[in-house]
Design a protein around this ligand. Structure first.
Ligand SMILES: C[S@@+](CC[C@H](N)C(=O)[O-])C[C@H]1O[C@@H](n2cnc3c(N)ncnc32)[C@H](O)[C@@H]1O
Length: 1017
């Protein structure tokens, strides 16, 4: 094998990003539908990274290009124009991949076999050994197995460990095996129809006659197409999961039917509830509703819950201390449901709930219960709940009606049955305490919902209890059928996944989605919030949130993992901390996606499932019992100084420094472990979010200290931009996949000047390659960072030639790298794609051009803006507060339009004179700036000139041009030209710039730097 891996030289970056983002939309068969796990990486990105890490770089450009294309396919663009509000025309580019093996559905193309063979060949015919020490939901090890590798997956969390068994171990062990279907499904027409259709691939007349024959009396003697005999109804694991899931459901349904009555022949889809509080003023029961819309699908369908008050509007007088008070005696709220006509105007206040930021407004007396009042009431256990509406399946879609008296009654009756059901279940009702972390992810606790059982209605607890009870009973039944233990364990494990999926849609944290008329699952975002109005599913029904609908997706996901693991060696799965020595070193590759600071509180959140899995799985195997022995998943063990590696100061008495240090030390230990566990030629690929460059640098420094040379870095877009947290947290921003190899033990310290020279030599050509490959924006900076790091990290330490005893930090080194990279980019922006790096442009103007080029005047994600800022020796704060160049809107940053920038382009002579007289007031946006700004950035001079030009005084314009010596400043002329092209056609900005440019006699060709919008498939 050559020394270089493909990933160290080339990578199908765009293809991996496009296919990863696309994969997030996949609903059927994906491992994410087996069980939720936070921050699962897309399989496409994992597959691309694994293949490119395991395969050598072919060495010549032609072969490399062919290999990358075989892996990622080609990117196809379709362009269409779109007119924006205001008349500007924009081009929309829709991109998707064609070919390759990364796109969902192409993972079983014949080319995958080819890659598998190449990988084996690269390792002398043996399967390479791949480790993921933070394996989570198992995306990386699953892809390693698909590629024929021997996978080892480690995770400290018992739920993750259990999922790894479901994703990797059970399917690999049982793939290709079949067992006779249990006889109870042989009598089930629907089941058999599906089975013949999907497993036997029958359709049309063949299917009909097969079914007819199967259900005829002579069934035993019949030979059916595709089957030896009916006595021989063998099916794989996925079909058994469906069969036994139905077994559980039938029994649970029989017990629970009375609690979910069907009224007027229309099956119930969901019960809609509002939490309640007692009004502190009039004592009415106040429904806490965020909205009163029940359905809101544009003008097509609008249904609203109306609140009126019953009783009189008399007032009762009472004394409050000295004062006589008068409050309405109206005591109850009455609900009605109204559908708005298609032409009807909604009117002011329609759909408005009782809740606002201030608190809840009582519909009876108008008093406000503040959030603090509600917290107090909640903590005292005085919040209640009222059934407001019932959603049913009608003839033309979903209908909304008021609950019947019986329905109100039944919801309460479930309470009485709870003790008996949970007496049969290990550990009883899930009363474990919800842990509160420093980020307050579990903020339901603040309102008194501090135990898991509190997150369910009695009827939900009862239904889930019944499902647990019968899931456990199914093991016994399966054993009686004579299935081997491994089969029983696997089927039961998937039934537990189905329970989790049901729980996910059967909690009082689930809300009703008015526009798509469905129940929203608990982890719509990674938190356990408090939902004021919530939706209760019918697990025994057939709609959203029903056990049967989940079963369908579990079965498909099981089929997927059976195929993916069919020809791989057995995986190794460990439930332990990644800081522990790996028992069997000698890994060819370690590919991993570690937890990132405080981005996600895995354990605190996934305890929501832990408590149910523990009850459902207890006794299935000694290994499972050991994993779920504690009442909750592990957090942090102070004695051992080890545990879940997240930065959560609540574990350190609120001490943020200690918490951060514990996380960083733990990660450093893991990197050292990885270094020990790798073969000398092995590679480590590690995924990091990159919103905060300083945090990133800390981790990279630890990697280098642990003995690694960084050789590459690829920023893969793995998340959809529209996710709730995508812009607000590092958790789901795009990630950088960092490639490292082991540094030879004999490596000696290096010198900074030499290192910088080597870095320049290393990346000059790479920058052109990346640019030519179409890599742009912050991605370009990240793609260049890895290769540049090689120059630095090949030395265990880099000494400063001019400062004896001092070493150059990663941060200092990266400062040089990023500057070189942004100079390259700005060179392209200023002088068209033909030109080389531009030097001598000031920091602020460099930043402006980068930002404007990538994001125009739109909002830019903070991560990208911060990266550009540090690359230009600036900070986002400076840009906003000191230079008034940016405006912060939530988690995004936006350039301020030139007219709104204050204090720009101050000229000491001109402005000092102006500021003496009344003239100053007439200069637009002019305020005397602080003295520190006297070094004038070119962009400020341009903006100042624009303001002067707009004010219409050519004398002042001339004076300014002369004072700043702009007439013959070639860089300024280039800047003007670039600004013209960056401004929208027809805008005032462009017109002004063109006038100034003409005035100065600046000429330039259009270089096509206008903005385009990219739409990913
Ligand atoms: C970013 S997630 C991994 C997600 C995974 N790549 C996937 O696609 O599902 C990080 C994982 O690290 C695990 N983790 C946290 N601390 C750990 C530790 N000390 N040892 C092992 N795993 C740990 C968490 O439980 C979590 O599953």
């Amino acid at each position: 094998m050559t020394d270089r891996r493909l990933i160290e030289v080339a990578f199908p970056l765009k293809q991996a990003s496009l296919d990863s983002v696309h994969e997030k939309n996949v609903r059927h068969g994906h491992i994410s539908t087996l069980h939720i796990w936070p921050a699962r990486r897309p399989l496409a990105a994992c597959r691309a990274a694994l293949i490119a890490t395991l395969l050598p770089d072919p060495g010549d450009e032609e072969a490399r290009r062919a290999l990358v294309e075989r892996l990622g396919g080609q990117v196809k663009e379709t362009v269409r124009t779109r007119r924006r509000a205001g008349g500007a025309v924009e081009e929309e580019i829709r991109e998707e991949t064609v070919g390759g093996i990364l796109h969902w559905g192409r993972e079983s193309d014949p080319d995958l076999d080819w890659f598998r063979e190449q990988i084996r060949a690269a390792y002398g015919g043996r399967p390479p050994r791949v480790l993921d020490p933070f394996a989570g939901g198992g995306a990386i090890p699953l892809e390693a197995m698909r590629l024929g590798c021997e996978a080892t997956a480690v995770d400290i969390n018992p739920v993750a460990w259990f999922l790894l068994k479901c994703t990797l171990e059970y399917p690999q062990r049982l793939a290709g095996q079949t067992r006779p279907l249990p006889d109870f499904v042989r009598d089930d027409h629907d089941f058999m129809e599906l089975f013949f259709k999907k497993a036997r691939e029958l359709s049309g007349a063949k299917l009909r006659s097969a079914l007819q024959e199967f259900f005829s009396d002579e069934v035993a003697s019949l030979q059916l197409p595709g089957m030896e005999s009916t006595a021989d109804l063998e099916a794989d694991l996925a079909w058994h999961v469906r069969a036994w899931g139905q077994w559980v459901l039938e029994r649970a349904r029989a017990d629970l039917e009375r609690y979910y009555p069907t009224v007027a022949g229309k099956p119930t889809v969901a019960y809609l509830w509002a939490r309640t509080a007692t009004c502190k003023n009039c004592r009415a029961t106040l429904p806490l509703l965020k909205t009163t819309w029940l359905a809101k699908k544009g003008r097509k369908k609008r249904v609203v819950l109306e609140l009126t008050t019953d009783g009189t509007t008399d007032y009762t007088n009472f004394t409050d201390g000295e004062k006589e008070k008068s409050v309405p005696s109206v005591k109850s709220v009455v609900f009605a449901i109204r559908e708005l006509g298609p032409q009807e105007k909604a009117g002011k206040g329609v759909g408005q709930g009782t809740m606002s930021r201030a608190g809840a407004t009582c519909p009876c007396c108008g008093a406000i219960m503040t959030m603090e009042d509600l917290r107090t009431e909640g903590q005292a256990g005085r919040l209640g709940a009222v059934l407001t509406a019932v959603v049913v399946d009608g003839d033309k879609g979903k209908e909304y009606r008021l609950p019947t008296a019986e329905e109100r009654q039944l919801a309460e009756e479930a309470e009485a049955a709870l003790d008996a059901v949970f007496a049969e279940i290990p550990f009883g009702i899930p009363d474990e305490k919800i842990v509160e972390d420093a980020k307050r992810n579990t903020w339901c606790v603040q309102y008194g919902y501090s135990r898991f059982s509190g997150l369910f209605t009695s009827r939900q607890l009862l239904s889930l209890g019944k499902i647990v009870q019968y899931s456990r009973a199914a093991w016994i039944a399966m054993r009686e059928y004579g299935y081997p233990d491994s089969w029983v364990e696997a089927v039961s494990a998937y039934l537990a996944c189905n329970l989790s999926k049901t729980v996910h849609l059967a909690s009082t944290l689930c809300t009703w989605h008015q526009s798509n008329e469905q129940i929203r699952q608990v982890f719509a975002r990674y938190a356990l919030p408090l939902s004021w109005d919530f939706a209760e599913s019918v697990p025994t029904g057939t709609s959203c949130g029903s056990y049967i609908s989940m079963l369908d997706s579990i079965e498909r996901a099981v089929s997927t993992v059976l195929t993916a693991t069919l020809i791989s060696p057995s995986p190794y799965i460990y439930r332990e901390s990644a800081t522990k020595d790996y028992s069997t070193p000698g890994f060819d590759a370690i590919v991993t996606d570690p937890p990132y600071y405080d981005a996600i509180g895995y354990s605190v959140l996934m305890d929501f499932f832990y408590v149910w899995l523990r009850r459902s799985l207890h006794g299935l195997s000694p290994e499972i019992d050991a994993a779920f022995a504690e009442s909750l998943a592990p957090k942090w063990d102070h004695e051992a100084g080890d545990g879940e590696l997240i930065d959560d100061s609540s574990r350190f008495d609120g001490d943020k420094e200690r918490s951060k240090a514990a996380y960083e030390d733990g990660m450093a230990r893991v990197f050292e472990n990885c270094c020990r566990a790798l073969t000398p030629e092995g590679r480590l690929v590690i995924v990091f979010a990159h919103k905060h460059p300083d945090a990133w640098e800390t981790l990279v420094s630890a990697i280098i200290r642990a003995g690694f040379i960084v050789t590459g870095s690829w920023p893969i877009e793995t998340e959809q931009a529209s996710r709730t947290r995508a812009l607000s947290s590092a958790a789901l921003a795009s990630s950088v996949w960092l490639v490292c190899k082991k540094r030879p033990a004999a490596a000696r310290p290096g010198w900074d000047n030499r290192v910088l020279e080597e870095m320049r030599a290393l990346i000059t050509q790479r920058l052109r390659d990346f640019w030519d490959a179409g890599i742009r924006g912050p991605d370009f900076v990240w793609a260049a960072t890895g290769p540049a790091m090689e120059a630095y990290s090949q030395y265990p330490a880099v000494k400063k030639a001019d400062e004896p005893g001092q070493t150059m930090t990663v941060s200092e080194f990266l400062g040089h790298v990023r500057r070189m990279v942004v100079d390259f980019v700005v060179g392209r922006v200023l002088s068209g794609d033909g030109a080389e790096t531009i030097t001598g442009l000031d920091d602020l103007t460099t930043y402006y051009l980068l930002h404007r080029h990538d994001f125009g005047m739109d909002e830019a994600p903070a991560g990208a803006a911060i990266l550009y800022a540090v690359s230009c020796n600036l900070s986002d704060r400076d840009l906003a507060d000191r230079y008034h160049l940016l405006e912060q809107t939530g988690s995004t940053l936006q350039l301020l339009p030139w007219q709104k920038r204050k204090s720009v382009g101050y000229d000491p002579v001109l402005d000092a004179a102006e500021s003496q007289g009344a003239e100053a007031a007439r200069l637009p946006g002019f305020e005397a700036p602080p003295p520190a700004l006297l070094e004038l950035p070119l962009i400020d001079q341009a903006h100042r000139l624009m303001q002067l030009w707009k004010a219409g005084d050519v004398t002042k314009v001339d004076a300014y041009l002369d004072a700043q010596a702009l007439r013959r400043n070639a860089l300024f002329h280039q800047l003007l030209q670039a600004l013209i092209e960056l401004a929208s056609a027809g805008s005032e900005e462009r017109a002004l710039l063109e006038s100034i440019s003409n005035y100065l006699g600046v000429r330039g060709e259009s270089r096509g730097v206008g903005r385009q919008i990219l739409i990913r498939e």
